[in-house]
Design a protein around this ligand. Structure first.
Ligand SMILES: [Ca+2]
Ligand SMILES: [Ca+2]
Length: 204
């Protein structure tokens, strides 16, 4: 019985320590309540992408747009800086407020199955976390949850390039169907259930 109790405590402490501290990456759509979104459908090749704004989102890349259909994308307009970049793409809310969750479809300029992706999350200019993801297939939805007000993103040809977190190494990112909002807290129902159990035991 003692061993069981100790394990239970350790799990609770670990969960409390990680809650709210970091920005986490995930694959697959999880946002349920959408507060803003951009489908990039009106972007034309040669459009300036240095201060693109749509649906409450601002997406900045120092380049002009090129339109093509990366594998796994739906054939509508995308956010794709022509010929790649040697610097990150910056994503913020146009109103300057914080994200709690941000998602978009991800591909790369090489059209390869796996995108070697690096996202750096910032809050008021302070780095909250670097998130490295090998995302496959092209067109998968990636997401980021936590408190941040800027996400800087880059996609590399090789994992070894990505791992260096070097913004000047050549990168090429394709994105579509970007949105931000909230994810129902996975712990909320469980915590309520646990509180209910404690209450039942005390009544006995
Ligand atoms: Ca689109
Ligand atoms: Ca801020």
């Amino acid at each position: 019985m003692r061993a069981t109790k100790t394990i239970g405590c350790a799990i609770l402490l670990a969960a409390a320590g990680s809650a709210g501290a970091a920005v986490n990456g995930y694959v697959g759509a999880q946002i349920v309540n959408v507060d803003g979104s951009a489908n990039f459908n009106t972007i034309q090749t040669f459009d300036d992408l240095s201060n693109y704004q749509e649906g409450g989102l601002t997406v900045k890349a120092n380049n002009f747009a090129y339109q093509w259909v990366p594998p796994g994308f739906d054939g509508t307009g995308i956010y794709y800086p022509n010929g790649g970049l040697n610097e990150q793409i910056y994503i913020t809310r146009t109103d300057g407020l914080d994200f709690s969750a941000l998602e978009f479809q991800l591909g790369n300029g090489w059209g390869q199955d796996t995108t070697y992706f690096w996202a750096a999350a910032y809050l008021d200019g302070v780095l909250q976390g670097d998130i490295d993801m090998d995302v496959a297939p092209s067109g998968s939805v990636v997401g980021f949850s936590g408190q941040f007000d800027e996400l800087r993103v880059a996609s590399y040809n090789f994992s070894g390039d990505r791992d260096q977190h070097n913004t000047s190494i050549f990168q090429s990112t394709a994105m579509d169907n970007m949105r931000y909002g909230t994810i129902p807290a996975p712990g909320a129902a469980g915590l309520l259930a646990a509180a209910g159990l404690v209450g039942l035991r005390r009544r006995r």
